[in-house]
Design a protein around this ligand. Structure first.
Ligand code: PRT
Ligand code: ZN
Length: 223
């Protein structure tokens, strides 16, 4: 890969995190010119560029060195780290950003009582987060079957393909609409700035440090 002298930040192209991430970078004094393909935004002023991608691709792009930093949900970052322990180990949550709050939770059909994790023994749990759920099951000593679904996880119990689900929840309205009840929190999530545990040792590292300082200022003012 060609060496880069400009810092590259990956963020979600279109979704819940897009607008707040753009706003945050603007408050850090960064300005970008959008390219026609909308994949790449060239930074004006500072040597910082943006790559606009699906959120799920962000940890892998950082691990592969295509980007230096990324704005992504902790749920996505941690899932990558559990599913890919080798490249994932080099990644770290550098800052929590205070937006995109949600939780990855286990939910059961509304009419089922819940007395604790052991109740999930032998159950089928549908999720898009097999790494995080697997870790929670291991820590809680539960022997359950993880059923991977890429989307529409909340309908699995009604379809009979799973007994419970493990999915993202914010207001809880989706669970209620699907006659489900939140029973255990696996991860409390929000948007985070992800990057390599060690910042690059060249000019990009210096720019990253400057950005982190500005970010701390912005976060402090907001809190
Ligand atoms: O296209 P791309 O892959 O980039 O987008 P995406 O569809 O995978 O992601 P997107 O935009 O839906 O979410 C991006 C990130 O926002 C997630 O990874 C989380 O970190 C965060 N986030 C915050 C949420 C929610 N809140 C949330 N409520 N992500 C998803 N949801 C879902 C939830 O699973 C439920 O199905 O929204 C639905 C409504 O939630 P309730 O509880 O308010 O009903
Ligand atoms: Zn996604």
């Amino acid at each position: 890969m060609k060496p880069r002298d400009r810092l590259r930040i990956a963020m979600q192209k279109s979704g819940r995190l897009t607008e707040p991430a753009q706003e945050l970078l603007a408050r850090c004094g960064l300005k970008f010119r959008q390219s026609r393909d909308k994949l790449f935004c060239f930074g004006e002023g500072e040597p910082v560029d943006l790559l606009l991608v699906r959120d799920d691709d962000i940890p892998g792009l950082i691990a592969d060195g295509v980007c230096d930093l990324g704005i992504v949900g902790r749920n996505v970052l941690n899932e990558f780290q559990f599913a890919n322990p080798e490249p994932g180990a080099g990644l770290a949550e550098l800052r929590s950003l205070g937006f995109g709050s949600c939780r990855l939770s286990i939910a059961l059909p509304q009419d089922e009582a819940y007395d604790g994790p052991e109740q999930l023994n032998g159950q089928r749990i549908a999720t898009s987060y097999p790494g995080l759920l697997g870790e929670w099951l291991r820590v809680n000593n539960v022997d359950a079957k993880v059923v991977f679904l890429a989307g529409s996880v909340e309908i699995a119990p009604r379809l009979g393909t799973a007994d419970a689900i493990c999915d993202l929840v914010s207001s809880g309205a989706t669970l209620v609409a699907n006659q489900l009840r939140e029973t255990a929190i696996v991860v409390e999530s929000e948007a985070v700035l992800a990057g390599h545990r060690d910042l690059p040792s060249d000019e990009r590292g210096e720019i990253a440090e400057l950005l982190l300082r500005r970010l701390d200022g912005v976060i402090q003012v907001r809190d």
